[in-house]
Design a protein around this ligand. Structure first.
Ligand SMILES: [Zn+2]
Length: 295
């Protein structure tokens, strides 16, 4: 099968696929769609690596500690959008050595998802300090291992997590050789500019495939604007496509469980929005993604 797409960020390691994980991955690989499977804490990072090891090629792992998992917190279905289930994060310390050991595996292609999530902020800001500390440790790990960062950045509480992340990353500028990607981008162009200047790429999900009506938007979708403007503003050479499955299924699968195969719908929408020829767009985004992961 000829390689056509690579889903830059998804979670087929999550429980949503417990009954048909193998079939889901096969459906995708059979159609020439590779995937990066992303961990969000130690156990899901380990399962991402184990999954990647089962396949000779096409399935790769990203390991790290998601900012919402740095603290004990409850996350409801609405917050995660369609395809999510409610869960309680137990709060995890960043075990630098354990992650360093995981990334020695050649199937691990990036570090994350890590970053800053301001959706829920403690009144005294203690969880923000913790998020920043853990984010900095991921940056150190990226520098040490020469693997790129997969960032999760989310604004909230009237503050721009994007601007803060750029500030933090800029303090490592001379040492950061293997840059990163800003996953599920929902910021403005002004916020994206800082990442572009640092050499980062920006990735889009199924959110770009539907025109949002505020009245029906829930959870992550509610924070979203029309993506057309931002998709047009980011140079095609700096764009990656992702599903963030099981969440955020693109049209025409909106509301259902998402999967890596559907990344083609995201690429299609990017081509339409940017008024580019589909085949060239597909090739360019695939090239960007393989280069980003060093594949
Ligand atoms: Zn994710």
């Amino acid at each position: 099968m000829i390689l056509k797409y690579m889903d830059a960020h998804g979670h087929v390691n999550f429980v949503a696929y417990k009954d048909d994980r193998g079939e889901t991955i096969k459906r995708s690989l059979d159609e020439g769609v590779w995937m990066a499977v992303v961990g969000t804490q130690k156990d899901t990072s380990k399962s991402a690596v184990e999954l990647a090891e089962k396949y000779k090629e096409g399935v790769y792992a990203i390991v790290g500690l998601h900012p919402i998992h740095t603290d004990k917190s409850f996350h409801d279905k609405e917050e995660l959008g369609v395809g999510g289930a409610e869960f309680t994060s137990r709060g995890e310390q960043f075990d630098y050595d354990a992650y360093r050991k995981m990334i020695e595996n050649s199937k691990v292609v990036a570090i994350g998802e890590c970053g800053l999530d301001y959706y829920r902020v403690d009144s005294d800001g203690t969880n923000l300090k913790k998020q920043e500390d853990i984010f900095r440790q991921h940056i150190e790990l990226s520098i040490e291992s020469k693997k790129p960062l997969m960032l999760h950045i989310r604004n909230g509480s009237g503050r721009s997590a994007y601007i803060d992340a750029v500030k933090i990353l800029s303090s490592y500028k001379s040492r950061l050789t293997n840059i990163g990607d800003v996953h599920c981008y929902t910021g403005s162009y002004e916020e994206a500019k800082g990442f572009l200047d640092l050499g980062f790429s920006i990735s889009f999900t199924g959110l770009v495939t539907f025109p949002l009506r505020k009245s029906e938007a829930k959870g992550r979708e509610a924070g979203a604007r029309s993506y057309d403007e931002i998709v047009r503003a980011i140079p095609i050479e700096r764009i990656l496509a992702e599903t963030d499955c099981p969440y955020l299924a693109p049209q025409p699968y909106r509301g259902k469980r998402n999967e890596p195969l559907y990344v083609s719908e995201v690429v299609k929408s990017i081509a339409e929005i940017k008024k580019l020829e589909l085949e060239n767009t597909r090739e360019q985004i695939l090239e960007n993604t393989l280069k980003f992961f060093g594949l």
